[in-house]
Structures are given as structure tokens and as C-alpha cells.
Design a protein around this ligand. Structure first.
Ligand SMILES: Nc1ncnc2c1ncn2[C@@H]1O[C@H](COP(=O)(O)OP(=O)(O)OP(=O)(O)O)[C@@H](O)[C@H]1O
Ligand SMILES: [Mg+2]
Length: 371
């Protein structure tokens, strides 16, 4: 059995009539970095605050290390936290802010100095020890909050969008440092983000949320390869999965892909931009006109208008030489096709379909749908 650091059982939370967290069950394994991922307002921060003890659930139980802590104060839960707002003491300088918790807990002065130095070096704050928060940029304040959580030395750390104020380059390197530190110390980290690339790159496990519930949880590759529904398919991956409405599935693909009961229903066919390949327009019923080519260095994004007036993006690993107005056909390997029910977006297909057909023929008026 896996070692569970945190367990949430039937947690619900409402603000007035608005139920923000809907009877949620979730377990966090010890030593893992778990990303809570989802669109703005889906309840990520609320869930983290419930875990930290900053909010009380209307119903349900929070367990940490097997103990029921639902009614315990935040300070009694043995956690450190880094929140969206950095919550620094304005009258204390950087070093004092970082060391505050250690001082309260009576950590020896030499040990304090060592941990302070390590955390300052890790967060690139050496030299700024004497500054007050008002004399720092937003990104620097965020790093002070991060350093403060690092020196606390708790085995569980909760982070709410800890990198949101950093510029892209720094975000990338601090993200790498957090992951390395978490693995080195074997920390259990619950990491809230709405950025799927951050979750994909860092997490052992992603919990994808929407509307206060869990849409899907699994490893990054499970979510990428086998999205449980169209929402998950479209949320993970950049550019997002292209979803096309199909009147019917090609007969060659029906058998084994879609349960017999669902054959008559409408479908969404999902293909990731990197899984399209360009073919002659005459060899497929899915074709489009090039409206833009974005060169990204290692790859190119090709924007296409389909006959119905909708547009899709194709990701190509090479410079394509395509020009505006070119007409191209699109194919994909059936193993890279995801079939969802048009009605509610649930997944109908297993991870890979029959491999015999090279190109799927889609109804000519097929149109991509926005989720
Ligand atoms: N104290 C509060 N009183 C009333 N409503 C609240 C309160 N805190 C959060 N909410 C509402 O609960 C919902 C979830 O908020 P939450 O902060 O958990 O979202 P989030 O997923 O963290 O979003 P973001 O990515 O924008 O930070 C939102 O609709 C929000 O307006
Ligand atoms: Mg939030």
C-alpha cells in the first residue's frame, strides 16, 4: 500500500448558495509533487486553504499523516505554505522575514544562518537580505515567500501559484529548482497552478479540476495520452487538442473504438496539433486553407481555415515552406485519435484505435468546437 500523507474525504465548501468544492475525495502520496490544475475560479485555492486549515469545510474530513486534523489550527498541521499573495511582514527585512518562523520555533542561530544562506542562494536573493518588502519587485517578494517556506523544513508544503509574478526565464529556472529540492528532500508538495505546462513539467500527478470537482487525476502522460473527456483533452497540451464534430464515425473505425450502444450518437473527434500530418487535399475529406504560419524555432504552427469557416492549428516539427492561401489536406494515425461523445464530452475510445487505416475521413462539414 502506498504511504498517504494527506487524505481528503467528502470535502464540501460553499460560499452562500455557491458550492465551490463539491464532495471531493483525494489522496496525496508522501514524497510526491501533485499539481492542482484548472481554470480560474474552479476552486484550487479554496481546496488548498481547506487543506491548510485557513478555511473549514462544511462537511467531510481532512487527514494528515493518518490523523484527523479537520478542526486543527493551521499551525498544528505541520505544513509550510506559499500563497498567491506573499504575506510578508512589511516592517521586517528579507532575512528577518525568511527566518521569522525558525526564530519562533527556537532553531539554533548557526543552523538558522546556514538555512538562510541556502534558501537565499536557491531563490537568487543573495545581497538583498537588508531590504524591506516595499523595496522589492513583485517577483522578488514572491521569492522571499518561497525561501521562507523552504527554511521551515516541514515535510509537507502547499504552494499556490508560487511563480505567477516571475518573468518567463526565472519561472522556468525556479520551477526546476523547486522540483529538484522537493525530490532531494522527499517533500510532499501540493502545487496549485492554472498553467498546464507547469503542471506537466513538474508534477508526479496532476489533479485536473473544473467547477469544484475533479475532472481527471493521473500522471502527466496519462492525462496527455488518455484524456477522460473532451475538457481534459482540450486543457492539457499547447496548442490545445483540436475537437471536431463528426456526424458519424468512419465505419472502418467504429468496431472496437466505440461501444455498440454509442454508435448512433454524435461524436467529437480530438486530434492534437502535433499529430496531424499534411497530405494531398485529394486524399482526404478534411482539408483547409493556410491563413498563417508561425515559426517558433524548433517547430511551426500552421493556422488553417476549414470549409465551414472554423480554424484549426497544426504543429509541424519543421519549417514547412507553406504560404498563405495554400490548400492542404490533413490526416492522422488512428492511434492518435480521441473520440468523445458530443452530448457530454465523455471519452468513448480506448487509447489507441485500430491501426489499419492511415487517414480518417471526416464529414466534410466537420467543424472544430471550442470548449
Ligand atoms: N471568501 C470568499 N467568499 C465568497 N466567494 C469566494 C471566496 N473565496 C473564493 N470564492 C469563490 O469561490 C470560487 C473559487 O475560488 P478559488 O479562489 O478557489 O479559485 P481558483 O481556482 O484558485 O482560481 P484562480 O486560478 O483565479 O486563483 C470563485 O468563484 C470565487 O469567487
Ligand atoms: Mg487561486
Amino acid at each position: 500500500m502506498n504511504d498517504i500523507a494527506i487524505r481528503l474525504c467528502g470535502i464540501s465548501k460553499s460560499w452562500g448558495a455557491h458550492q465551490v468544492i463539491k464532495s471531493l475525495d483525494l489522496e496525496f502520496e508522501r514524497g510526491q509533487l501533485v499539481a492542482l490544475l484548472g481554470p480560474s475560479g474552479c476552486g484550487k485555492s479554496t481546496l488548498l486553504r481547506l487543506l491548510a486549515g485557513l478555511e473549514t469545510p462544511d462537511s467531510g474530513r481532512v487527514e494528515i499523516d493518518g490523523k484527523d486534523v479537520t478542526a486543527a489550527a493551521p499551525s498544528a498541521r505541520g505544513l509550510s505554505m506559499v500563497f498567491q499573495s506573499y504575506a510578508l511582514f512589511p516592517h521586517l527585512n528579507v532575512a528577518e522575514n525568511i527566518c521569522f518562523g525558525m526564530q519562533v520555533r527556537g532553531v539554533h542561530a548557526a543552523e538558522r544562518r546556514q538555512r538562510l544562506h541556502d534558501a537565499l542562494a536557491l531563490t537568487n536573493l543573495l545581497g538583498l537580505e537588508q531590504r524591506k518588502p516595499a523595496q522589492l519587485s513583485g517577483g522578488q517578494r514572491q521569492r522571499v515567500a518561497l525561501a521562507r517556506a523552504i527554511v521551515a523544513g516541514h515535510s509537507i508544503c502547499l504552494m499556490d501559484e508560487p511563480l505567477s509574478n516571475l518573468d518567463a526565464k526565472l519561472r522556468h529556472s525556479v520551477r526546476h529548482e523547486i522540483r529538484a529540492l522537493q525530490q532531494r528532500l522527499g517533500m510532499t508538495v501540493v502545487y496549485v497552478t492554472h498553467d498546464q505546462t507547469e503542471a506537466m513539467g513538474m508534477a508526479d500527478k496532476i489533479v485536473l479540476m473544473n467547477g469544484g470537482g475533479i475532472v481527471q487525476s493521473g500522471t502527466p502522460s496519462e492525462l496527455y495520452e488518455t484524456p477522460a473527456n473532451a475538457f481534459s483533452g482540450a486543457f492539457i497540451g499547447s496548442p490545445p487538442m483540436m475537437l471536431m464534430a463528426a456526424e458519424k464515425l468512419p465505419a472502418a473505425l467504429q468496431a472496437g473504438v466505440v461501444p455498440a450502444d454509442d454508435v448512433a450518437a454524435g461524436y467529437l473527434i480530438g486530434v492534437r496539433p502535433e499529430h496531424f500530418h499534411i497530405v494531398a487535399p485529394s486524399s482526404t475529406e478534411l482539408f483547409g486553407t493556410v491563413t498563417g504560419v508561425e515559426f517558433q524555432g524548433a517547430e511551426s504552427y500552421i493556422y488553417l481555415d476549414l470549409p465551414g469557416g472554423d480554424s484549426i492549428i497544426v504543429r509541424s516539427p519543421e519549417k514547412t515552406g507553406l504560404k498563405l492561401g495554400d490548400r492542404i489536406g490533413l490526416g492522422w494515425h488512428p492511434a492518435h485519435m480521441h473520440v468523445f461523445a458530443a452530448e457530454d464530452g465523455r471519452r468513448l475510445s480506448p487509447p489507441s484505435g485500430p491501426a489499419a487505416t492511415a487517414h480518417v475521413r471526416v464529414a466534410q462539414d466537420a467543424a472544430p468546437l471550442a470548449i
